[in-house]
Design a protein around this ligand. Sequence first.
Ligand code: PLP
Length: 385
Amino acid sequence: MKRQITLGSVSITPVERRYVERVLETTLVGPFEFSKQVAARVAELHGYKYGRYLNSGQSALTISLRAIIQQKGWTHRPLVATPACTYISTQGSCIFAGCDFVLVDVGVDDINMDPKALRDTLEHQKLMGRPVDIVMPVHLCGKPVKREIKDICDLYNLPTVVDSCETIFAPKDLDWGTIVCFSTFSNHTLGAGAGGITVTNDKQLDFFLFQQISHGRENESGGTDPHTMGERFRFSEWGESLKPSDLYAAVALGGIERRYEIINAQRFNALRLRELLEGLPLGLPSMDNHTFMFYPIVANESVDVTKLLKHLHDNGVFTRRLMPITNQPVVLKYTGMTQDQLDALCPNAAFINRQGFYVGSHPGLMTDDIQYLGKKIREGVELAS
Ligand SMILES: Cc1ncc(COP(=O)(O)O)c(C=O)c1O
């Protein structure tokens, strides 16, 4: 069979099997003990007090925005600052939470929200009479945003929903945000098939998150006997049904246990790739605090990226463009701008849309896969330059 270098993998080891078997034995496949454990462990590992496990990362983002709006008692349509390169869920969650979003340009070095662009956006929006209400930075591909982003949010006293769906288990000192959201969708660093997690230090926000996940229930406790059942099923808000399954949680719990193994493998693959791609006209990610859910590359102008990607595709290497947002039809329609106008607003994102792509660096790739990947990228760059 032709060699395939995929973008992600989910590894099921005896650890995950054992947990899944335990869930199956109990037949409690709903949101019970394992789901609670996943939420509590992830909160603890990221230095937060409260955690919730739910159906997806996008839902986690949506209900986090709603929880902040509810706490603030806002009746206007809030404005959220989002990065111009990310997965569409970042902006989608704003729409589903009844917010508008603005696009903030990213840095070419880390493909994350750029501090100067964020400051400019906040000042511009103030001047226009529609100030930003919430900032939603994204730690993309496993790379935490620059610390200055936090300093700016603090300075402007803005609540933050941090989209860390691609960056679970980054160094703890880099964790900040009113609410931080993670995803356990397949092929993520903690890939369990599906799932999302919220963490926060604010008890009230955590309760609002619970309500959104659980049909708007007024009480988390309340038993099953006829006297307390009524309390448990009293509803004081409209809430969605975003409950997870302990089967997913069991897989996630295995991944949490093996987190160092997973991240070390991703970083090791990235380090090897860096060596193999040395000297090529490619912008490569720095190693420092990156967890490498993917390996992002931004080629110099001299490289025809479409040609390069065709070579990779023909040789069984899976690739994707680097999280483009500003050229998505749904975004163009939403902003009402032309492509040229959006590109002028976010020139780095426009460059990344043209010259960026990513390849896999996941633990399922062995030493000879990485060797092959490096060789094929090198060949492709030579062909496309
Ligand atoms: C940056 C980012 N945000 C949000 C999400 C949404 O997560 P989910 O697929 O669990 O809804 C993803 C998913 O891949 C993502 O990459």
